[in-house]
Design a protein around this ligand. Structure first.
Ligand SMILES: *[C@@H]1O[C@H](CO)[C@@H](O)[C@H](O)[C@H]1NC(C)=O
Ligand SMILES: *[C@@H]1O[C@H](CO)[C@@H](O)[C@H](O)[C@H]1NC(C)=O
Ligand SMILES: *[C@@H]1O[C@H](CO)[C@@H](O)[C@H](O)[C@H]1NC(C)=O
Length: 179
């Protein structure tokens, strides 16, 4: 790991902004897997990637929520890097999503994901959620990640969603990064 990567990690973890030279040149989705763990609660209507150009891949998904109002959500976000198989790498965050939506300052990494997500989805409001969740043609670009301490490689990001302390869905997103 280079010094600038270490500085970036420190700044992400500690929440201050150190401008370093870590920047990536390319980032794109390579695969997605969506699994519902409680079909009477929610199900994926679709969950897919579409290649628009060589380095431009759009993610779209829709979750139908069968409960009228959801007011208690926990998210787990864990990042893995592929070495010899995928190994935990850097982030492992669990947070009360409804609190996060009220304050949005606790985790730099989640804020970064959320900033991207909100431009392409209908999740930008506080709890309760009373509608289906839609993400429409989300495309990653390096400009979204000015301080990402993730060197070139293949990554998997696990998004686990619990409601009322009960696992409801898990989404695996695979991403390729070049620096
Ligand atoms: C990630 O966090 C979860 C929940 O806090 C914990 O159960 C799990 O052991 C952690 N995984 C690693 C690799 O640290
Ligand atoms: C998200 O919601 C906040 C607060 O309601 C609003 O200021 C902001 O413009 C919204 N962003 C998007 C992308 O809709
Ligand atoms: C969410 O629901 C669980 C299970 O009912 C409960 O234990 C927990 O306290 C709730 N959390 C919040 C923030 O309401």
């Amino acid at each position: 790991m280079t010094l600038s990567q270490i500085l970036s990690i420190s700044s992400l973890l500690l929440g201050f902004s150190l401008r370093t030279s870590v920047s990536i040149s390319m980032i794109k989705f390579t695969n997605i897997k969506c699994t519902t763990l409680d079909k009477p609660f929610a199900d994926f209507r679709y969950c897919k990637l579409k290649a628009l150009a060589r380095d431009s891949v759009a993610l779209s998904l829709r979750v139908d929520i069968f409960q009228a109002s959801v007011n208690n959500v926990t998210v787990h976000v864990q990042t893995f890097k592929r070495f010899n198989g995928y190994r935990p790498f850097l982030f492992n965050i669990t947070t009360n999503f409804c609190d996060f939506m009220r304050h949005k300052t606790r985790f730099k990494f989640l804020n970064m994901i959320f900033k991207i997500l909100k431009a392409y989805s209908n999740i930008n409001h506080s709890c309760p959620y009373t509608h289906d969740i839609i993400i429409d043609k989300l495309i990653l670009t390096p400009e979204y990640f000015p301080l990402l301490p993730m060197p070139s490689g293949e990554y998997r990001i696990n998004f686990g969603v619990d409601a009322y302390n009960d696992p409801k869905a898990i989404v695996y997103i695979y991403v390729l990064i070049l620096d």
